[in-house]
Each structure stands twice: as C-alpha cells, then as structure tokens.
Write a protein that binds this ligand. Structure first.
Ligand code: SF4
Length: 354
C-alpha cells in the first residue's frame, strides 16, 4: 500500500462516523437480509432511487422470498417491474432465483464467487450483497466509488477503461475494513451520491476525507475523474481465408503492406466483403470449400467482423507477397497477429497433423 492509500485508510473510521451521522434512511437499509439487499441492488442499477422506492416495498410484499420470486409468472413479474425499465434485469432476477433454489436450497449463498455466478450479478452486485448482507470484506465498486477514489488519489487515467478500473478496485479492496465492510461500501457510495458529486461539483467542505484528498490539494477535484469519450469504430466486414494444401500440409500467408494497419506483418489472406472471386484472381485451383466460424477483432478505430473460409487447393506458385508455410515456420518465422487468433489455433493443430 503506498503512502496516499495509507493516508486514506487512516481516515476510513472518519468516513464510517460520517456515514452513521448522515446516512439516508432507506427501506432496504433497515432490514438488510440477503434477499432484500439483492433485489434493491438490482432495482437501483441505472435507475434513480426516487423511482425505486415506491416499487420496492410493493415488490417485497408481493414476492417476499426467493421461492416466491422463482415461481412468479412472467407477466406478474413484469407488472411489478413497470416503471423501472431495463426489463432484462427482472428476467435475470427470476432466473437467478431459480438458480438459488436449485444450487443453494433457496438461500442466497454467503460466498462472493457463488453470488457472482448467478444470473444478472456482476462484480459490483456480488460485492454489495456479500459485504452488506453477509459481512464479507470485499469491495463494491460502482461509478460513485470510482469517482471518489479517482479524486482521493488524484488519478488521471480514464476510469472507464478496464485497467484503471481494475486498479481502483484493488485500492478499494485494500481499504475495506474487516469489521464493517458493508457500511464502508455503502458509505463510499453515499459519499459519491451526496458529497463528492459528479460534474465538477464536489462539496469538499463536508467531506470526511477532505484533509487527505489529493485532488483537492491539487485543485483538480472538479476536473476528475477522467472519462474519455468512447471511440466509435468503423466496422469492416472481411472474409478471412485459411488456404491449405493437403500434401504437404501447408497454409498460404500474405505479407501486409509496409504502411497502415498491421504494417509489414504476415496474415491469413483476407479481403473486404464476401471475397467471392478471390481464389480465381490468385489462380488457385480449389478442391474443397468450407465455411468457418465468424470472429470479431477490435483495433483502436476499426472493428473487423470476419467470416472464415477454408479452401483446400492444389499446390501452386503464388505471387511474391505470399508464402506457403508449414507448422514449424508458422511458429518461428510467420507469427500471426492476434486478430487472426480464432482461425490460427485450429490451423496450427491441423498443420502439425494432430
Ligand atoms: Fe471528493 Fe472533495 Fe472529498 Fe476529495 S475532498 S473526496 S474531491 S468531496
């Protein structure tokens, strides 16, 4: 744990005192059974608390247990969910209720991994249920917590990217106290919702972390967290050819141009579109033609949606930017970019004659 994380950790007791004094009275906080916490957390995803409150009690009254939720007719469930939106959450709730009946005898499991394995339960929700309902010391990192942590650490990377998100989740995990993990997670979320407000409006004077907050010390609280706009990728539909000769076992590779995407690298031949006449343009004699699975690869600004085709052809001479490779040279000389991973793995096995 570095010095700044230590300083923050030393203030966790202040955060808990602040939370005890300022927590909003919410119905699911008064009686945090695992079932009540679970339903409330699912309802609160992407939905304002004001919209949840009137529906929550009615839901709990009508479906007071996992067994009742597992057995509810779909129509009645969707009626209870009316006004909350994102109906897939309701369907996942019922699906998970059935999983709990089958796997755990009708009681939510007191185990993070087992919770995480249920339908509709991701890292955040598993952490919230485990810590709030079962007192397990794991973090529950939502957008509020990411914002608070990014500011406390004056962390200037894009918090929506996977690696920074992982990093901040690890910091959160190192801060969770063993004695009150649920209160800590709720306090961090409450702080984000009521004090460390988004869009450049934190109320630092009311914050229990004010004395140790790095963003505040550097006058950067309003500029954090960094959220880069999602890049929109241009979609290219390409046909990727696995062209082989059966005897000897070889595959045809193509060398890309020296400039641009994957510059100068060897690849499985591929063209934009369906590539209907591609083999003819190369003078290949096709013996068999087989469709392979589709695959996708994301570059920073381009998304390849690939259709795979396997052609068995007669051995023949090919233009100089092409080469026939066997299993050994594919491994040592012509490493294929990861964009072709979906097709390269079975190909390597076949080349080796396995
Ligand atoms: Fe957020 Fe301000 Fe508290 Fe820092 S001091 S965590 S910026 S409210």
């Amino acid at each position: 744990m570095d010095g700044q994380t230590e300083r923050i950790r030393a203030r966790v007791s202040d955060l808990l005192c602040w939370y005890d004094a300022h927590r909003r009275p919410l119905p699911f906080r008064d009686d945090p059974t695992p079932y009540r916490v679970w339903v409330s957390e699912i309802m609160l995803q992407q939905t304002r608390i004001e919209a949840v409150l009137p529906r929550y009690e009615k839901f709990m009254h009508t479906l007071p247990s996992v067994a009742a939720l597992a057995a509810v007719p779909d129509e009645q469930l969707l009626k209870l969910w009316e006004g909350l939106g994102y109906y897939s959450r309701a369907r996942h709730l019922k699906q998970a209720a059935n999983q709990i009946m089958e796997r755990h005898g009708g009681a939510l499991p007191a185990d993070y991994a087992a919770l995480r394995a249920l339908a509709g339960i991701g890292d955040y929700t598993a952490g919230a249920i485990a810590s709030i309902a079962f007192g397990i010391a794991v973090p529950a990192v939502d957008g509020n917590v990411l914002r608070v942590l990014a500011r406390l650490l004056c962390y200037e990377e894009d918090v929506l990217s996977p690696r920074p998100r992982r990093y901040l989740s690890e910091i959160a995990a190192s801060l969770v106290p063993n004695d009150r993990p649920g209160a800590f997670n709720e306090a961090m979320m409450e702080l984000g919702e009521t004090v460390c407000l988004p869009n450049g409006a934190p109320r630092c004077a009311a914050c229990p972390f004010a004395a140790v907050c790095a963003a505040r010390a550097n006058s950067k609280a309003e500029a954090l967290p960094v959220r880069l706009p999602k890049t929109t990728r241009r979609v290219e539909r390409r046909t990727v050819f696995t062209v082989v000769t059966a005897s000897p076992r070889r595959v045809l590779l193509h060398k890309r141009a020296d400039k641009g995407l994957l510059a100068g690298l060897w690849e499985l031949p591929n063209v934009e579109g369906d590539g209907a006449n591609w083999a003819d343009t190369l003078g290949l004699t096709v013996l068999t033609h087989e469709r392979l699975a589709d695959a996708t690869h994301l570059f920073s600004h381009i998304e390849w949606k690939m259709s795979g085709v396997r052609l068995t052809v007669k051995p023949s001479a090919v233009p100089e930017e092409y080469v026939w490779a066997d299993a050994a040279s594919l491994q040592t000389e012509y490493a294929l970019p990861s964009a072709f991973r979906a097709y390269a793995a079975p190909l390597t096995v076949w080349l080796k004659g396995e």
